[in-house]
Design a protein around this ligand. Sequence first.
Ligand code: F6R
Ligand code: ZN
Length: 193
Amino acid sequence: MRSRPYGYPILSLQDQLSSFDNHIERRLSSLCNKFSDEKAFQTLLVSGDPIIYEVYESCRPEAAGELASGLSIVHPGRVGQEYFMTKGHYHKVRDTAEVYYCIQGKGVLLMENESGDTAVEELHPGRVVYVTPRWAHRSINTGGQDLVTFFVYPANAGHDYATIDATGFRKRLLDHDGVPTIVDNHQRSECSG
Ligand code: F6R
Ligand code: ZN
């Protein structure tokens, strides 16, 4: 891990690969029960278990004062009417925020807190979304190309996926005749594989 200040490119996909410490690929099979249309999920799964999103991380020690950063790339596509999206999580250390900066593509950051509030913020190139502490967050790609965002958050934040697995997000984003539409989630459990 680097001990001196450093920089890395985020606008040219070819350069990204070598600049990061870690690369995560999330395939459809790791998102079981996240999407509402189980039949569409199974159909897509047997057709080849596509990569739904990837994360490139610039890792730092998980210590107070350090910042972890990197790129999140959600590929375009749908499971039934529901857009490709990330698992979504709370930070384990709840009082930690995060900044997302959209570089490419089109989508939204769906957020909610444990008091029952929901927030939806658009992502398009040049737009920043500030995720305040105590808000779970999920990136959703509503466009036809990769949704690429730069993120930065306290390196000691940790990730709590279990809460969302158990309760699901309160809202879903579905394509209704080409229009991204927020609907209530009636199936409040999203246990992932
Ligand atoms: C880090 C963060 C992003 C996400 C990435 C993948 O705190 O919010 O780097 O980790 O967009 O999403 P998840 O982690 O929900 O699979
Ligand atoms: Zn986060």
